[in-house]
Design a protein around this ligand. Structure first.
Ligand SMILES: Cc1cc2nc3c(=O)[nH]c(=O)nc-3n(C[C@H](O)[C@H](O)[C@H](O)COP(=O)(O)OP(=O)(O)OC[C@H]3O[C@@H](n4cnc5c(N)ncnc54)[C@H](O)[C@@H]3O)c2cc1C
Length: 480
């Protein structure tokens, strides 16, 4: 919902409007941009993007690489009129808006804690110059905070939320507005340098432009969606949309996906997954602490292994580098580090292994995923980690411990995914590829090859359950 503001009345001489792009790097179905165009009433809109210096210094290089390519593409679509600053986006947008004599800055509302804080500061700085700051729309099908239970409480369980979204409905996507753009006035030298850095790795599988994302959506719905329900769990197949990085940066909006999926065979299942993203955003928004703290506070008492102990650090390092000796876990971790993306099924298996086989706190794993995932998003990532850990809102029960060998046999039966990321195992017969230690007894694995398992799953499963029982007991209220 946009604030009630002036939209050009006939004969009204309007001052310039700034469109501040953030996680909405597209022209189509961009309601903030539509709003800016309406407010400018035929006058040129100033397009602005602010690089955050701290995020550029500390953020995931893979995510930055993707964002830069998406920005280059957006700038091209805007006829090279996008203004770029580099520093503190809240201060920079206020300075820029002042320099062009703007009366209004428009942006899509951000629901992350960091984004809300930045917007609060930007709003204050703009207000001090008499400039109106209008925030509206959201990067979700239904904005967080919109759907609550009849009791007024927030939903904590996915299926009722999913039903809530369906009955609430969502808006149909809009096209690209007729744009009049002011020529570029600002290109910070550091921003220029950031834009000049070539991508660090092949982004080919992940469309970093609006046009490519829409094309990928079309191809996926035409060819992949019908078998999505079956294929989405096979990590070797190109069975999912791979649109998550584009969604993460707003290169495409979920409304565009939802609308295109309606009536397509398999489209309903795709929509369901997109609503998982809405759900996690809603939980993160209504309980901001739940993103880095255990949602279920009993888990504060869980006895995790301490990574400052050398043996634990070594096991953690084996997990990060894909050398645990469990092929499906290692293939996933290598896919993550090499490509910046990991298949959903394997994200769960590798997360479960860290938490329940290595007994390491989920937050450490969540941080590592966020360092590497191009689609890395605190709400989706951390609440998925909590789902696996059992500490979240709507979790897999803790006693459901993924068996990495059974999962591997079930979801990568021919071992093609493992062979792709673990070439040292690619020559093994399929019956051994899920548990290569069995091949050693048959003299099929060279000594210098793939490592022995760093732990024994059955033993660690029992240990995980023991710690869980201990935690439950410790957190139970004392009997009177
Ligand atoms: C431990 C763990 C960490 C994760 N971290 C992230 C993350 O940082 N960012 C992220 O976008 N997703 C995350 N996911 C969810 C999911 O793995 C990815 O969204 C999905 O693999 C992206 O691939 P895709 O675009 O081909 O998905 P598709 O299967 O094509 O689904 C379409 C879209 O729906 C959304 N979606 C699908 N599954 C989920 C899900 N389980 N939860 C939330 N949204 C979903 C995504 O936006 C996705 O692009 C995580 C899952 C786990 C188990």
């Amino acid at each position: 919902m946009w604030p009630k503001g002036r939209i050009g009345l006939p004969g009204d001489a309007l001052a310039p409007v700034v469109m501040w792009f953030r996680r909405d790097l597209r022209l189509g179905d961009n309601r903030a941009l539509q709003r800016a165009v309406a407010l400018a009433d035929g006058d040129a809109v100033h397009a602005f993007f602010g690089f955050s210096a701290p995020l550029m210094a500390k953020g995931s290089p893979k995510r930055i690489s993707y964002m830069v390519q998406a920005l280059i593409s957006l700038d091209r679509s805007l006829g090279n009129s996008l203004n770029f600053s580099y520093g503190d986006p809240a201060e920079d947008v206020a300075r820029f808006a002042g320099s062009v004599g703007a009366t209004t800055v428009v942006a899509t509302r951000d629901f992350s804690s960091l984004g809300c804080e930045r917007d609060r500061r930007a709003g204050a700085l703009l207000a001090s110059q008499g400039i109106d700051f209008q925030l509206g729309d959201s990067p979700y099908l239904v904005a967080p905070g919109k759907i609550a239970r009849e009791t007024g409480q927030w939903y904590r369980v996915f299926t009722p939320y999913y039903n809530g979204v369906l009955s609430h409905g969502f808006q149909a996507p809009l096209g690209v507005p007729l744009l009049a753009l002011a020529p570029r006035r600002l290109m910070d030298a550091k921003a220029q340098r950031a834009l000049d850095v070539p991508p660090q790795f092949d982004l080919g599988a992940f469309p970093a432009s609006e046009e490519a994302a829409l094309r990928r959506l079309g191809e996926f719905l035409d060819h992949g969606a019908a078998s999505y329900k079956l294929d989405r769990n096979d990590p070797f197949l190109d069975g999912t949309s791979r649109l998550s990085p584009a969604i993460r940066f707003g290169v495409i909006h979920p409304r565009q996906i939802a609308q295109a999926a309606i009536g397509v065979p398999g489209g309903e299942e795709v929509l369901r997954q997109v609503i998982w993203r809405d759900f996690f955003a809603q939980v993160g928004y209504s309980s901001p602490l739940s993103t880095w703290d255990n949602f279920d506070r009993r888990y504060d008492l869980m006895a995790w292994d301490d990574p400052s102990v050398a043996a634990v650090a070594q096991r953690l390092q084996a997990w990060k580098s894909g050398t645990t000796g469990y092929p499906i876990v290692d293939a996933g971790m290598r896919q993550l580090v090499q490509t910046g993306w990991m298949h959903n099924r394997v994200r769960m298996i590798a997360a479960s292994f860290l938490i329940k086989d290595l007994h390491v706190d989920w937050k450490i794993g969540a941080r590592f995923y966020l360092e590497h995932l191009i689609d890395g998003d605190i709400a989706s990532n951390n609440l998925s980690w909590q789902w696996v850990a059992g500490s979240g809102t709507d979790s897999a029960p803790y006693f459901r411990v993924f068996n990495p060998v059974l999962q591997s046999k079930k979801f990568d039966p021919s071992g093609r995914y493992i062979a792709k990321y673990l070439p040292e195992l690619s020559k093994l017969p399929a019956r051994f590829i899920h548990e290569p230690w069995a091949a050693r007894a048959h003299g099929l694995l060279g000594a210098g090859g793939y490592p022995e398992p760093i732990v024994t799953h059955e033993i660690e499963r029992a240990e995980a359950l023991r710690r869980y029982a201990q935690m439950i007991q410790a957190s139970a209220p004392a009997e009177l």
